[in-house]
Design a protein around this ligand. Structure first.
Ligand code: ATP
Length: 421
């Protein structure tokens, strides 16, 4: 039996807030490879890593793809290195590209490294030492920070995955207003959701497929399967030229950043978790429109935040009341607050207590501490101080998920429409 050997190629940290995008560079490289008779195997991968990484430009994404490791592998390496050298945004201090070549099977320790890059922080030195130990060919440009993400991008297993079709603008149009027809995006969403998702944020009346930055991306359509992307692309109308398209296989919208915590005490700053806890107080808003409340369990308590950019989600959060048991998903950020991405109601506290009703029909009042109740109308008294429980209507529903609007969602967050995947 002939076993095919692959050359894995990882690229990261080529862009800056002013331009470029590592996915665009990858698409450009893939075209160059094709012109030289080198074809990538499968789809290129867009891998999102730790959302709290300090030097990220936007969504902390690295890119990888693989080719056959044959007599054209050296030419492929040359093309990749030349294009990264030619197109990376080297003027930006925080752009420090890293390219990784790895021939062979991805090992368990490489998979573990990739999860570490999602859950915690890795230094350039650690990445370099690790890469060398597993046999990666490492290319650092400037500080070469990109090797951290490049090694992770080739190594991460994708048990759950989505796709993103990225359409790229012609360079003359970079930085100008994107010419996307809103109605056609609505039509695409109507015809292809939930196979595609996060196309439009209806609550904010905003086209979510359109980036806000001056990068080469014209739009990105996210989907659960690759077949729908072609239809979706054909429905979206734009009135500017499209230079190229590329479909990426990605860990976006999989909740891969979320770790299951057994209790609150286990949760650490800059980690993202799923935790079940009880609401301690009624959510309150502070200056700037940020909303906070506290949850607790047997181990500890933690302040939760729904920040101003989460817009209407704060209204939903405001419906929580003490005693509600909820499953929360989110990350502990700079302020040590648990930033909520979504929550599921496990058990609503829908019970309130009232003074009993007297035989005469009038609600009784307290007769003093531990002295029971008395009726002001007929003078009747009862000794028990126990109030009477009654069920209240709640705006939230048991078992239901509630999430932040598309406009405030992390790339890695799994939207509710994918929760059964
Ligand atoms: P874009 O979304 O446009 O691709 P970006 O947000 O991915 O940009 P990069 O330019 O790729 O930003 O910069 C992120 C940097 O952080 C890269 O150098 C990457 O190697 C590094 N990095 C990724 N994960 C970690 C981690 N867990 N710890 C430390 N550094 C990391």
């Amino acid at each position: 039996m002939i076993t095919i050997s692959y050359l894995h190629i990882g690229i990261d940290d080529t862009d800056s807030p002013d331009g470029m995008c590592t996915t665009y560079l990858a698409c450009h490289i893939i075209n160059k490879l094709k012109e030289n008779g080198i074809h990538i195997i499968g789809y290129p991968r867009l891998i999102r890593l730790n959302p709290f990484a300090r030097f990220k430009t936007r969504g902390n994404g690295g890119v990888s793809f693989k080719i056959k490791n044959d007599d054209k592998a050296d030419l492929a390496k040359e093309i990749v290195l030349d294009e990264v050298s030619a197109l990376s945004m080297f003027d930006c201090d925080n752009t420090n590209p890293g390219v990784i070549f790895f021939d062979g099977e991805i090992t368990q320790e490489m998979r573990d490294y990739a999860f570490k890059a999602i859950y915690s922080f890795i230094t350039i030195e650690e990445a370099e030492e690790f890469g060398e130990s597993v046999g990666c060919e490492i290319h650092k440009f400037k500080k070469g920070r990109g090797i951290i993400g490049s090694i992770a991008a080739i190594s991460l297993p994708l048990d759950d995955f989505t796709y993103e079709l990225l359409a790229y603008r012609i360079p003359e149009n970079y930085g100008t207003k994107r010419q996307i027809d809103y109605d056609s995006v609505v039509e695409m969403d109507n015809k292809t959701f939930p196979d595609t998702f996060e196309n439009i944020d209806y609550s904010e009346d905003y086209i979510a497929i359109e980036p806000k930055t001056p990068c080469p991306v014209l739009y990105g359509i996210r989907s659960n399967n690759v077949e729908v992307l072609d239809d979706a692309r054909k429905i979206v109308k734009v009135s500017e030229p499209i230079e190229d398209y590329c479909i990426f296989l990605t860990n976006q919208h999989t909740d891969m950043h979320i770790q299951k915590a057994d209790n609150i005490a286990q949760m650490k700053q800059f980690g993202c978790y799923e935790i079940t806890a009880t609401v301690k107080d009624i959510p309150h808003v502070i200056d700037g429109g940020h909303m906070f409340f506290t949850v607790f369990d047997e181990s500890d308590e933690i302040e939760c935040g729904a920040y101003e950019p989460t817009k209407n989600f704060r209204k939903t959060v405001s419906y929580l009341r003490e005693g509600d048991i909820i499953k929360l998903y989110g990350g502990i950020g700079e302020q040590n607050t648990f930033n909520i991405e979504k929550f599921q109601v496990i058990k609503l506290n829908d019970v309130e207590y009232q003074n009993p009703i007297c035989e005469c029909g009038k609600r009784m009042t307290s007769a003093g501490k531990n002295k029971g109740f008395k009726c002001k109308k007929c003078g009747n008294k009862i000794k028990s101080s126990e109030k009477v429980p009654f069920t209240i209507n709640r705006s939230l529903k048991n078992n239901r998920f509630y999430e932040t609007p598309v406009s405030a969602r992390r790339h890695l967050s799994k939207p509710i429409c994918r929760m059964n995947f």
